[in-house]
Design a protein around this ligand. Sequence first.
Ligand SMILES: [Zn+2]
Ligand SMILES: [Zn+2]
Length: 394
Amino acid sequence: MAVIKALEENQSTFTEWRHKIHSNPETAFEEIDTGNFVAEKLESFGIEVHRGLAKTAVIGTLEGKEKSSQSIGLRADMDALDLDELNTFEHKSQVDGKMHACGHDGHTTMLLAAAKYLSETRNFKGKVHFYFQPAEENFGGANVMIKEGLFDKFPVDMVFGMHNWPGANAKVFHVKPGALLAANARFEIKIQGKGAHAAMPNQGKDSILMSSNLIMALQSVASRVIAPLDSVVVSVTQVHGGSAWNVLPDEVIIRGSLRALTNEVKEKAFAAIREITNGICSAYGGTAIVDIVSGYPVTFNDEVATKVALKAAQKTIGENKVITKFASTMGSEDFSFMLQEVPGCYVLLGNDKSESTDSGTSPCMLHNPYYDFNDELIPVGASYFVNLVENGLD
Ligand SMILES: [Zn+2]
Ligand SMILES: [Zn+2]
């Protein structure tokens, strides 16, 4: 039970790769340099490379020494975020307004490191497909790959992925079956009142008043509509309305985000948002158009695949460093689309480190301008991927 020695010994090389990717962050479907870097590395390991899916995806295919029909998919995301990096270290972002603040540079490096090791040893049966995907943030790159035939062209029996997790001890795996991350949706509510002079509100239908009542009332979705032990978040994140001190506007637009851990709760919350909106607006003489768009599904780990993942994590780091009882989170992840198609498991790998930020706050959460991936995780995550493949699925 240990991190693979050859991976540990190569940590400085892998760290260089990670820093190179970090310094050149690319966002949704524009991961051209990153994709080229990944493809060049895979080719240099003698791995068959396929490109063209979802614009910038790179897929590597490798066969083990032992013939078998078994096939495993390992996935890493390559995209960065639209965010200005505030770190000052040498490998900081060289691109204004873009930053690897979610650690996808680390995910890509861990999978590349695993691919290198597996290509040298090929001590496994069947086939492994390395899925390097674009656009995890916001644009569902995984879903685009699936729609363009990912699992028809590169079929697998099971698929695995992982996310680094600040706030959890470094190198500690979190593995459990069922709902791990939430489904998300975004909503926009156009409240239509009737504009009026601020001094004569009785001549209008006040959309500002409707919106303020509505924002408060939407909190009752979590507290009064959804059962207390079920999880839901309804967050209003934007309010737009009015342009003058002395005019009541015709229209107010509010927008927000919804999260839930089951589809049933999500659908119930959708219905409640519509009902509450219509009720509040009509009470004040207005109307509303509610537009709700579902985003990523629930990230739901398959029972059997989770056992496979658990075994690999325990082999990598020891049983005492694998946590199986922990709270799900209301964040979302587009690996969920892959899990809808193929059984699989998504795990979290603790990313804490004591000196992670220039801001003096540690640990630094994902999507923070001071975030940086912890390079000590690279051999750990790569060993986990290798163990998944070498252990096999039976
Ligand atoms: Zn993210
Ligand atoms: Zn992420």
